[in-house]
Design a binder for this molecule. Sequence first.
Ligand SMILES: Cc1ncc(COP(=O)(O)O)c(C=O)c1O
Length: 425
Amino acid sequence: MGTARVVFDKWSDRYAVRMADVRSSAVRDLFAAATREDMISFSGGMPEVARVPIESVVNAASSALRGSGREALQYGASEGRVQIRAVVSELMAEVGVRLKPEDIVVTAGAQQALDLLAKIFIDPGDTIITEGPTYLGALQAFSAYRPSITCIPMDEDGMRTDVLAEVLGRIGPRGAKFIYTIPNFQNPTGVTLTPARRRELLDLACRYDIPVIEDDPYGRLRFEGGHCLPLRALDDEVIHLGTFSKIFAPGLRLGWVTAPHPVLAKLLLAKQAADLCGSAYAQITAERYFSDPKWRKVLQDLTRTYAERRDTMLEALAEHFPPEARWTAPEGGFFVWVEMPSFLDLKSILAEAVERGVTYVPGDAFFPDGRGRNCMRLGFCYAQPEKIREGIARLAEVLEDRLELYRAFADAGALPNVPPAPERG
Ligand SMILES: Cc1ncc(COP(=O)(O)O)c(C=O)c1O
């Protein structure tokens, strides 16, 4: 029998104040629980790398070593190899953004770009603006630099630019260090910022003289509907983050950032302090992988796979979830966002869900201030369709049990009445 070990942290009063606001990632914490054999995980945002033919990657990696072994094993330029930046500029041209390699810095995933941007822009107490809810990893990266985070609510058209206008009106020109947005199939809501709102957002940012950071890991994973031009295609002042994680594989840790040159220069200084340079081996491997047009078929196959899983999840939600539930219908990406009546605390229900073999991320993880406990993020990217059906049915039982309890208390007059379910759109 194992004995519980209590670990005292004798340095607990020595850590920098900046770490006080950095919360552990609920998703990472859940990975431990999610290792049970029969666990169905809707908590992660992990790409289905099994669909990337391993032979293609083996060929790319061995050709990187055989053909350019010395470079692959050596330190490289901090901004990344010019060849991989040429690959990025081709990828960006396909989505409507014209760039030269010198406009791009390669980073260790988009995550590193978020950390470096936070490092170069944020002083303690600075206001920054994000969507609410927003990507947990961005909240982690930003909060280490102790900003005051203002969340702009979202609806089915993305960030509410009317609310943004109000907030900016209050804080005035240059009143925030930046506005951070994930315009395509947002993490965690799955919602896409409409073209009209993109223009409004840029107009407001220009009027109030505030930089915009556009984070776009999912834009190429569109299942239906027309392509929306990135903010960076509409305004070359926009700081744009991209990544190979969802179109190839996150294990290579390759992303990129494009920004006005003075911002890139600061970012490079920050990157040199962080890691000197990225892995040349990973970069050459990606260059070789993308030199073979087969990557397009792989991406198509991945997108089809996610689309099928999205369909399955939406069908299962409609079939099993209680009428009080509302959810988004993403046109791409990895996530569906579910909202339950405000009296349901989905954080406290999580343990029960795990017991029944299904995981999700409670919504408060995606807000800096504890809001969102009646919401959850469901990732449809990873589980097989039959598991998705089973997992949603299990989750529905957990929710139904809890709602039953509330209804019983409400009937007995011990709780305010459960509000009637709104029409399901
Ligand atoms: C919105 C968003 N930004 C950034 C990242 C980080 O991606 P990367 O693997 O490129 O670091 C993710 C990962 O899921 C994400 O969802």
